[in-house]
Design a protein around this ligand. Sequence first.
Ligand code: FES
Ligand code: FES
Length: 157
Amino acid sequence: MQQVSFILNGDHVEAWVAGHEMLLDVLRKNFGLTGAKEGCGMGECGACTVIVDGLSIDSCLFPVMEVDGRRVETVEGLTSSGGVMHPVQQAFLEHGASQCGFCTPGMVMSAKAFIDDQQQSGEKATEEVIKHEMAGNLCRCTGYYQIIEAVKSLIDE
Ligand code: FES
Ligand code: FES
């Protein structure tokens, strides 16, 4: 076993892990953070998406030792302690962008990384760019229209 330490949703955390473990499994088993889901386990569906140092990644394929000393954000870290939803979550709610909800944590984290990046760059993405950026997250329920509208509403603010 090896020790890994990193910032998780703003808190410094440590865990003893097997070197081959993936971040998704450690988040779920060691920290009880079950928002990120295992859909395919092969980097194809995006249900496991979390943010590492500002970039969205597939945690099912991300070796946990690679987050040592880095900053990890999961969907659980988005809601304030007072229960107020993050603007991305609020936009998904208002646009009906979630049905069964399985893909939603990953969608929300991909959208957050994208919106943060947009805000930093000062650029205003087109709908095509939004679709391209969200293409790594699959949804079998919504048909994507509501999800793209939710992300667009955040860009248009
Ligand atoms: S579970 Fe990680 S991409 Fe599908
Ligand atoms: S809401 Fe069901 S998979 Fe996206």
